[in-house]
Design a protein around this ligand. Sequence first.
Ligand SMILES: [Zn+2]
Length: 504
Amino acid sequence: MDYEAVIGLETHVQLKTRSKMWCGCANAFGAPPNTNVCPVCLGMPGVLPVPNEEALRLTALTGLLLNGSIPARAKFDRKSYFYPDMPKNYQITQYDQPSTLGGFVEFEFEGRIDRVRITRAHLEEDVGKSFHFDRNSGVDFNRAGVPLLEIVSEPDLTSADMAYTYLNALKEILVYGGVSDCDMEKGMVRCDVNVSVRPKGQPELGAKIEIKNMNSFSGVRRALEHEIPRQIEVLRRGGTLIQSTRRWDDVGGRTEEMRTKEHAHDYRYFPDPDLMPLAPTEDWLAAVRRRVVELPLARKQRFVRDYQLPASDAEVFKNDVPLGDYFEPLAQQSKNPKAVANWVINNLRAKIAGSSSRREEAGEKSEIRNPKSEIGQSLLTSAPTSVSLADLRFKPEALLELVGLVEAKTISNSAAQQVFGEMFDTGKPPTMIVQEKGLAQVSDSGAIEKFCDDAIAANPGPAADFRAGKVAALNFLKGQVMKASKGKANPNLVGDILERKLGT
Ligand SMILES: [Zn+2]
C-alpha cells in the first residue's frame, strides 16, 4: 500500500520592533542576561500591559502580504501553563479572534508554482530562556515579552522538500516586507511541525504528530525526512500511531516522544481582562496598506516578463534587491536588457564583491548603504554585492554606453572587459577610455588584409589544413591575426577575410 504525508507548519517569527510587546524594554539580541527587563515583562503583580502599536501594524501587514484578511475585531487571550521561564504563568496570545485570517503563500517548487494556504497569523509574546549549568539553572528574561507572530499553515504540504521550500519563501516575504529579519542564528524563526501519514486516497487524516521547537529550516527538512518513513513503517507493521509531541534530536538524527498531546482546554484560554479588543479603523488599515511591497516571486516573474531575462538572472535580482534596483532603470532604457543584465551580474557584481573583500582585509568595516530600502540588509548573507553600489565611481548610464559600444562593434568583447575595469577604477566614461587606450576595433579591411596575409604566410601548416577541410585550423589563424592587431581587429571581419584568402 502507498502512503502519503500531510504536513502543516506553525512558524513563529520575531517581529522587527524596537521595543517589546507590552512594555518599553528593548527588543534586542545579545544583551547581558536580565538587562532588558522591567516589572511588566517580569510579570510582577499589579502591572498593566500596553500593546506595541508597531507590532500590531506589522501583524496586519503580514496578513496583507500573505493575501489574508484583517478581521474587524480581534482580541488577546491568556494561555495558562507553567514554565520556569514564563514569569506570569500564562502567555498572552490570540485564541479565537486572531488579527489576521486566511491567505496563501505561492512559491516555485519542482518547476511549477505551488500554493500553501494560510490558516491565520496571530500575535503573541515570547517567553524567557532557561540555561542549565553544572549545579544550578538560570533564566534570562530578556526575550520575555518580545512580540512573536505565529503563522499557521493549512496541512497542504506533502514532503520534506516542499516544507523546506515553503519556509524559505515565507522568510523571503517577511524580510522583503520588513516584518522580521528572520535571522535564524539569533533564534528569530522557530517552527512546530505537524505531520501525519495516511494510505493514499484515504480522506481522513492520520494521527497528528507534532515536532516542537525546530530552529532551522534544514532541521525541519531532516526531521521530516526521518519522521515520515518512521510513521509509514509503524503502519506497515500493523501498529497504531497516537497523537503526540516529539522532539527532534539533531545529533542522533531521529525524533523521540516527549508526551502525548494536550488538548486545547488544558490551557484554560480566556480573554485577557487587561487588554481591550482590537478594532482597526479604515485610516489605520490604509496606512498599513501603504507599506505593502511587491512580493519576491512577483518581482522575479516581472523581471523575466518585462526584461526577457532567464529565470537564473531574475533569481539573482530577486535575492539581491539593491542590485536589481540598480539594473531596472537601465534595462528600461536599453534595447537589450539581457546584455545589461550580463554586465551587472557577471562583471559589476563580481567586481564589487572583490573590492569589498579586499577592503575588509584592509581592516575597513563594510557597511550596507542602500538608501531606498532596508531590504538588502537581511538578504545580504547571500548577496554581498550591495555593499557599495552607492559608491560606484561611474554613473549607471555608463554601462549602457558600454553595451552600446559592443553592440555597434566599436570595441570587441575583450576590449570591453578592459574598458569596464578602467571605468570601475577611475569613473571615466567608456568612450573616453576607448579613445585614450586606442581600443576601438579595426574594421578597416585594408589593415586587416595585411594582418591576414602575414598570418597565412607565417603559418603554412594550418593554412594547408584549412584548405584540406580542417575547419578548426581557421580559429588558429584568426587567433594569430587578433594577436597581431593587439585584439583590436573586428573578429567577424577577420574570419571573412581569412576564408576568402584561403579560397573557400
Ligand atoms: Zn519590560
